[in-house]
Design a protein around this ligand. Structure first.
Ligand SMILES: [Zn+2]
Ligand SMILES: [Zn+2]
Length: 1009
């Protein structure tokens, strides 16, 4: 009988929790039986409602790392949980394929340094093919990572942002914007990356990690007041090159400005800054000779110094406002000199100040941010490289006051880390600033779960800047606007069909909605008959992915699934996808409505030491490599359990293998313990239900207590999941498994399972009914977190015992708490019991007595009602405390004042413990110490708990120990499930395989025969 059982068990639940093996088997089971696909089909037909979802598409320009894994695990948790609750979630994949990040990756692969080289050497056609090839390479990595992680996302229904059908639907957003007058071309100051040779959106400029400490010039210079002898405006800048495009000086109208006498010159600056600036310039002798408001300086002309070397500036100087002082509220009078020089070609505020006054914009730059011919002697030089020349020109003219350098935080390109330059350029904009109130209103209705990301997102949205969507790049959605070469008339097309109808020449067969093919399509101008050509831009990649709620669905699906129920992405997406989704949806629908009802922003994932993961530090943990060695379930559990989803997480492999592994391993072994015992007694879950056990009056207080605790666990776990407090949901489960089931319940009932007495069979079956219900429910609660382990337990324990169950754990419903099982008084009473036990433990600790050593007596001193409550569960308390007898008192009895008693207390309970051990107690304690080692050996040798051993041999015991142990050999045999136990002085029998163990200071040897 024993042998047969063993074979059976080995086929099912192996003695050790080996998650890697188990996960491989379960993955094969899922794939062979198409569980993922069938689950989705099942829920599509049988559901309690829809929970819309659209995948935040990962960019296919790199390999997935643990930071990505954390997000995917949260998505999968949500999917499995909602599915178990009965909702249909269109959990369909999506891939972000176009845009700068992909282009730069491909440039790197091709060894191309810049865009010009790319166009000339590689050509657009081949470049597009290379981009497609690159994304497919990374796509394989991502799909494999999802597969290993156990993410049940549907890959077959994935959307691809570069496909024509997606692009056509993305164009619908532009069409709506065009119709509402929200899509405009304009001259505007944008952040421009000289490396990527394209402009960036203001969202991108604020990107995580884009600010770097850089060294720049710190320059004090002066502009001479026109027609004065020796009066100057004192100005400060860190960007000397902008003096080339200088147009005006600005002062704050209400601030008090001073004329400061320095040697024989008078310098004009804001009064409150005179002292600190003079100190900085190390000028000791100075005197304020006159003050006036900023307003009174308005209109003052100054001599722009470079008219001789920049002929265009000489020409612009004729304009009434050019090279004069203007008043602006944005002037900061708390830094520098309070006199700001304005370069409308290089600054946003400067640009507005110029527009307001009709001052022309002077922006003589080419695509590489080199000065054009209009910049005179500076022509052909990269803007930032003219800084030194400008300083030299000022020095020559005696206008340089001081030139030092300063280290400061300066925005760089989030992709290439070039220092950004602000340039006035002709671009296309979505005028989201015009509908900002609606956008903010829409965003305020969304559930964000946590305050800080919500505030961060809303305050970013409130900036309400126009969205620059045009990019001077290649691999992206083409801007579908054609302009007449002759009269400037513009037209927008929003479908391939329309484009084909208008095309002067029929596009070729291999035509696709990409450069260069689309650029070859010309139209005839309806107004003047001229030729219309496409505006040579592609779209910001964030527009591309932000179009997904409409572009990835059909019209019918869009109606059903949008606004989506719940989305989650990294905190960096406040400026990325969460933003573009929102803006585009408000444009598309015209409503103050976000395309998501809830958005969880996750914190970023860092290395074990709290450093950002980066290529340069070499600390990036790739998912696919990680999961070759580590369990997906343990990783999933760890990522959700370690901290709140909004926190930055320090991913630590050492920590991963400790507690998370222990929790899952405990769950595994509890199930194995249950299965082995239940099968031994022919437990039948269909017959031996909880109802049956109740009717047979076989449920005892530990069972009722555990069932009650389970209800509390279900509701707590569910509530925490609703709030996205995954870490708290998991610590609830952790406590239940480790404390309630493993440390309390099992020790209380274990002894009852040791016997195979037919008289007590029904009691044992009632315990199995309890364990079946509790452990199966826990297995379901773990499923969204540890799908492999849950499926393995479901198949090998629950479906094994009850083949009528659904074929996968995922088809099960989410557990609901059952109020009638909740016994609050019982829980409170058990709480008292645990308190007594923990007081016994601390008394033992102070007397250095192991928990395994039985003691003779304890006294509980407590109010009567507490005593009588504990009395009800006396046998269980004594079992846990490992004490033979208990007395209850309202006052500590005299005899406990004598030697041999230890007291511990926690109001209102005092526990007195007799720590004296006679020979009997010492002998029993020794027996238990040895029994524990025999149990370990049993396990090591692969015996299951129900196997009955023939003989256990224990050797190298001294005579004293043998004498003490003799009376307990029967008990020991029962405890270790052996027919008999033999004690030996020496290891005489050479045929036995002896195993060495440490017992206190001595060595003992154990053999099983
Ligand atoms: Zn760049
Ligand atoms: Zn025309």
């Amino acid at each position: 009988m024993t042998a047969k059982f063993k074979a059976n068990f080995d086929l099912t639940l192996k003695p050790d929790y080996r998650p890697l093996e188990l996960e491989k088997e379960i993955r094969e089971f899922w794939e062979k039986n198409q569980i993922q696909k069938r689950l989705m089909n099942f829920r599509e037909k049988n559901n309690v409602g829809l929970a819309g979802y659209v995948e935040g598409p990962p960019t296919l320009n790199g390999i997935p790392h643990v930071g990505h894994a954390r997000g995917r695990v949260i998505k999968d948790l949500r999917y499995r949980w909602k599915t178990m609750q009965g909702f249909f979630v269109p959990f369909w994949a999506g891939w972000d394929c176009q845009g700068l990040p992909v282009e730069l990756e491909v440039e790197k692969l091709l060894g191309v340094k810049n865009k010009r080289e790319l166009i000339e050497r590689v050509g657009e056609e081949r470049f597009i093919e290379e981009c497609k090839r690159a994304i497919m390479k990374y796509h394989r990595e991502w799909v494999e990572a999802d597969r290993k992680l156990g993410v049940f996302i549907n890959q077959e229904k994935a959307y691809w942002t570069y496909k024509d059908e997606y692009i056509e639907r993305e164009w619908q957003y532009l069409k709506r914007a065009w119709e509402q007058g929200l899509l405009e071309e304009g001259y505007y100051v944008v952040a421009y990356c000289p490396g990527c040779q394209t402009s960036l959106s203001s969202a991108e400029v604020g990107y995580e990690d884009s600010y770097k400490e850089v060294e720049d010039p710190s320059l004090y210079f002066k502009f001479k007041v026109a027609n004065s002898q020796n009066e100057y405006f004192l100005v400060w800048t860190t960007m000397p090159f902008t003096i080339i495009t200088d147009m005006m000086l600005a002062v704050h109208p209400e601030a008090e400005y001073a004329k400061v006498k320095v040697e024989n010159e008078k310098w004009i600056m804001v009064k409150q800054r005179v002292e600190p600036v003079m100190q900085e310039l190390a000028i000791k002798k100075y005197e304020i000779i006159e003050t006036a408001t900023g307003k009174s300086l308005e209109g003052t002309r100054y001599d722009y110094p470079f008219k001789d070397v920049i002929p265009k500036q000489a020409e612009l100087d004729k304009h009434p406002h050019v090279h004069t002082v203007v008043c602006e509220d944005f002037v900061d009078v708390n830094t520098a000199t309070g006199v700001v020089h304005l370069s409308p070609g290089n600054g946003e505020e400067d640009f507005f100040a110029a527009q307001k006054r009709g001052v022309p914009i002077f922006a003589p730059f080419d695509d590489e941010v080199k000065f054009t011919k209009e910049a005179g002697v500076f022509s052909g030089i990269f803007a930032r490289d003219t800084d030194k020349m400008v300083i030299e020109e000022l020095r020559k003219r005696g206008l340089l006051v001081e030139a030092k350098t300063v280290k400061h935080e300066y925005p760089t390109c989030w992709r290439s880390h070039h220092k950004l330059v602000w340039l006035a350029r002709k671009e296309y904009f979505l005028r989201t600033d015009k509908i900002n109130a609606k956008i903010v209103e829409a965003a305020e209705k969304v559930e964000y779960f946590f305050e800080s990301p919500k505030n961060r997102f809303l305050s970013f949205l409130k900036e309400g800047k126009p969205w620059c969507i045009s990019r001077e790049r290649v691999w992206g959605t083409p801007l579908p606007i054609w302009r007449c070469e002759n009269c400037g008339e513009k037209t927008l097309v929003a479908s391939k069909k329309e484009l084909f109808e208008k095309a002067l020449e029929k596009p070729p067969k291999n035509f696709e909605l990409h450069k260069p093919w689309i650029d070859r399509v010309a139209f005839k101008c309806e107004k003047c008959g001229g030729i219309m050509r496409r505006e040579n831009y592609v779209l910001d990649t964030w527009h591309n992915s932000g179009a997904s709620p409409y572009a990835r669905f059909t019209d019918e699906e869009f109606e059903k699934y949008v606004p989506t129920d719940f989305l989650t992405e990294g905190i960096d997406q406040t400026r990325g996808w969460a933003n573009s989704l929102l803006l585009e949806h408000v444009i598309l629908t015209g409503k103050a409505e976000a395309p998501y009802k809830a958005f969880l922003f996750q914190g970023l994932t860092q290395d074990a030491k709290g450093r950002k993961m980066s290529k340069s530090l070499g600390n990036i943990v790739e998912v696919n490599r990680l999961l070759e060695e580590y369990s997906a379930d343990v990783c999933r559990f760890y990522m959700l359990w370690k901290c709140s989803p909004v926190d930055f997480m320090n991913f630590d492999l050492k920590e991963l293998s400790r507690r998370p592994h222990q929790v899952l391993s405990t769950l595994y072994h509890l199930n194995r313990f249950f299965l082995q015992n239940a099968e031994y007694d022919n437990f039948n879950p269909q017959k031996h239900t909880l109802e049956w056990a109740l009717k047979e009056k076989q449920l005892k207080s530990p069972d009722l207590w555990l069932l009650s605790k389970l209800q509390a666990t279900i509701s707590e776990c569910t509530v925490r999941l609703e709030k996205c407090e995954f870490n708290f949901a998991l610590s609830t489960l952790e406590d239940f498994v480790i404390d309630s089931v493993s440390r309390v319940y099992v020790p209380m009932i274990r002894k009852e399972l040791w016997t195979d007495d037919p008289q007590t069979l029904n009691r044992r079956l009632a315990i199995y009914a309890t364990l079946w219900h509790v452990l199966k429910t826990v297995t379901l609660l773990f499923n969204p977190v540890t799908p492999y382990l849950s499926e393995a337990l479901y198949q090998r324990v629950y479906r094994k015992l009850d083949p009528t169950l659904p074929e996968s754990v995922n088809f099960e419903g989410w557990p609901k708490p059952e109020e009638e099982m909740r016994k609050k008084t019982l829980e409170e009473e058990f709480q008292l019991l645990f308190k007594c036990v923990s007081l016994v433990y601390s008394a033992r600790q102070s007397a250095r007595l192991k928990r395994r050593w039985p003691l003779s007596k304890m006294v509980i001193v407590a109010p009567e009602n507490i005593c009588s409550a504990i009395k009800n569960f006396e046998e269980f308390m004594l079992e846990l405390a490992n004490v033979k007898n208990v007395e209850y008192m309202q006052k500590a009895p005299e005899y406990t004042l004598q030697k041999g008693w230890v007291s511990t207390s926690e109001d209102p309970i005092q526990v007195l413990l007799n720590i004296e051990r006679d020979e009997n107690l010492i002998g029993e304690g020794l027996m238990r110490d040895l029994a524990r080692r025999v149990q370990a050996l049993r396990k090591e040798l692969g015996y299951v708990p129900t196997d009955i051993l023939n003989t256990v041999h224990i050797a190298e015991l001294d005579e004293e120990n043998i004498r003490l142990l003799k009376p307990y050999l029967r008990d020991m045999a029962e405890l270790v499930r052996a027919k008999n136990v033999q004690l030996h002085g020496k290891r005489e029998d050479a045929k036995l395989e002896w195993h060495e163990y440490q017992l206190d200071e001595k060595k003992v040897y154990i053999a099983i025969a």
